[in-house]
Design a protein around this ligand. Structure first.
Ligand code: SAH
Ligand code: SF4
Length: 339
């Protein structure tokens, strides 16, 4: 289908038709495989004040924490022993963890895991030379959502920061050779169906290797506390549209989906997602990394999460594999340039 045909199909099909098509496309690319990424939320300090986010700078109720490089390394080593091959290290925009310190951390992790792991960082906007330092240190992937493709809405929600800044940073990451991930929240205040379609089209235009989306969940200690609460359906349809537009991208079923619906992640996996992210942050810390309220699995260790996720995945006729799950889009791009 052409891009226009896909959008027409999206607009005119029932949920079941859309989900079935997305599932078919996902199985053509990935079969029944679901890749795991060990998520480490290593610092909730943030310089930014995004209106939607529970750990924004102005939220004085947050109990702030920052794991040391040694602590992060220990968590990753434990995850590696348990079979995980990919780690996503996420934080606010924290002054301590600048590109230099993150590069040192990346180098250490790579060394301690015999270079077998894929390291993904998700720490917000940095300079191009900062990203270059990370790449040289061995960082493989970078995740940074553009949040919404609507310039005006983006600027409002990110407290004055323009969409262009994130797009420029994403462009730098791509040019430097990172597997690049982005994405958006679904159901933001003032978001229209047209914006939702443009969000998906922007992911296509950026030729992303990974696309993370999830429902927006209002946090009580943010300016958006009274915003409309979403159900999972919008996110399910958005995932299906993305999968059809980007057959080879890695698409996670995110924790936010599991938070607003107890079977949310299964619903998202059925609609074309192929990645899950067990949270291996120590329990004491992950309960303070509240981007949104009522986050699930805060009392479980990440290793209990793996067992639970294995069961959940089997209910949608998929199975967990412990591979690195490198981006198919990236591999196909490399093959094309080689030919
Ligand atoms: N500081 C980094 C990474 C941490 S935030 C960054 O901003 O990129 C990770 C993601 O959490 C954000 O991209 C956003 O999409 C999501 N998020 C933040 N607040 C949220 C909320 N209230 N509901 C749902 N998702 C939220
Ligand atoms: Fe900071 Fe990211 Fe939250 Fe914005 S979304 S306040 S950059 S942690």
């Amino acid at each position: 289908m052409t891009e226009n045909e896909i959008i027409d199909f999206y607009k005119n099909s029932s949920d079941a038709e859309l989900i079935n098509k997305a599932d078919e496309v996902c199985r053509m690319s990935y079969g029944d495989k679901v890749y795991l990424r060990g998520l480490v939320e290593f610092s909730n300090y943030c310089n930014m004040d995004c209106l939607y986010c529970g750990i924004r700078k102005s939220n004085s109720k947050v109990v702030r924490y920052r794991l040391s490089p040694e602590q992060i390394l220990e968590i990753v080593k434990k995850g590696f022993k348990a079979g995980l091959k990919t780690f996503v290290l996420q934080s606010g925009e924290d002054n301590f963890y600048d590109s230099k310190n993150l590069a040192l951390l990346t180098e250490k992790i790579k060394k301690e895991t015999s270079e077998e792991t894929a390291i993904t960082l998700s720490c917000g906007i940095m300079t191009r030379s900062g990203y270059n330092d990370l790449k040289n240190a061995g960082c493989d992937r970078y995740l940074m959502r553009f949040e919404t493709s609507d310039e005006k809405l983006h600027q409002y929600l990110r407290n004055g920061i323009s969409l262009k800044r994130r797009l420029k940073a994403l462009n730098d990451l791509k040019e430097l050779g990172f597997e690049t991930g982005s994405g958006y929240m679904v159901g933001l205040p003032d978001e229209t169906e047209e914006i939702r379609i443009n969000n998906a089209l922007l992911c296509k235009k950026l030729e992303l290797d990974m696309v993370g989306i999830g429902p927006f969940i209002p946090h009580p200690d943010t300016p958006l506390k009274d915003a409309h609460k979403n159900n999972i359906e919008l996110a399910v349809r958005a995932t299906a549209l993305l999968r059809i537009l980007l057959p080879y991208a890695n698409i996670p079923a995110t924790t936010a989906s599991g938070t607003i619906d107890k079977n949310g992640r299964e619903k998202i996996l059925k609609a074309g997602a192929n990645v899950l992210m067990p949270n291996i942050t120590p329990s004491d810390n992950k309960k303070n990394y509240l981007l949104y309220p009522d986050k699930i699995c805060v009392d479980e260790s990440g290793f209990q999460c793996i067992t639970c996720l294995t069961k959940r995945v089997s209910t949608v006729s998929k199975k967990i594999v412990m591979d690195r799950g490198d981006s198919l889009s990236n591999r196909l791009k490399m093959q094309k340039s080689f030919l």
